[in-house]
Write a protein that binds this ligand. Structure first.
Ligand SMILES: [Zn+2]
Length: 199
């Protein structure tokens, strides 16, 4: 049936590529879009294109940004002696929502995973090491996920950073980072950061 409706079939196919959206949901979304006013659908299409065109990564910490430096890095009130290392921009957003952390960040864009062939060079680890040589960092808070990969990344960073004389801490267990961020309450995030321990 969709073969005779190529535009509709194409939309269903594109929507179906999004995470968590199967064929049935994609079809339902396409029907829902079809019923909406023209200007609403055009606003959605424009938002998609502009998001992709404007969003890039901060040249210093690799957070999402629409300019050279992200909002955290351009904030002169942040404590530059502390850098919190996270896997993804979403993790940074969860910590920012808790309002309990006033240091800077570094987003790795993944975690070490030898089985998948992901080594330090595939993440923003070389950039982190360069930053640490240039900036007055005293403590690195490794807030990678509490998964096998996240723990391996934390241990790897602890080993090389301690050699460089930098204090390395890790938040207490209890932050399910990287997924289901909307379900994490800010108090839990803040408590985990506050009760971090030295690695
Ligand atoms: Zn930044």
């Amino acid at each position: 049936m969709l073969g005779s409706l190529p535009s509709f079939a194409r939309l269903v196919s594109e929507l179906g590529k999004l995470p968590g959206i199967g064929g049935k949901t994609a079809t339902r979304l396409a029907f829902s879009l079809l019923r909406r006013p023209q200007e609403e659908v055009e606003a959605l299409a424009t938002a998609l294109i502009e998001m992709k065109r404007n969003l890039s990564f901060c040249s210093r910490c690799f957070n999402l940004s629409e300019s050279e430096l992200c909002s955290v890095c351009s904030d002169s009130g942040r404590d530059e002696t502390r850098v919190c290392v996270v896997q993804e921009p979403q993790d940074l957003m969860a910590i920012e929502r808790s309002h309990g952390y006033k240091g800077c960040y570094h987003v790795l864009h993944g975690a070490l995973s030898p089985l998948d062939g992901i080594g330090p060079e595939d993440l923003k680890i070389p950039q982190l090491l360069t930053r640490l040589k240039q900036e007055p960092v005293e403590e690195v808070v490794v807030a990678t996920s509490f998964t096998v990969e996240g723990e391996a990344t934390a241990l790897y960073l602890a080993r090389i950073l301690k050699q460089a004389g930098i204090k390395v801490t890790r938040p207490a267990h209890g932050i399910p980072m990287g997924s289901d961020l909307e379900y994490i309450d800010s108090a839990t995030v803040q408590l985990a950061i506050d009760s971090r321990r030295e690695l």
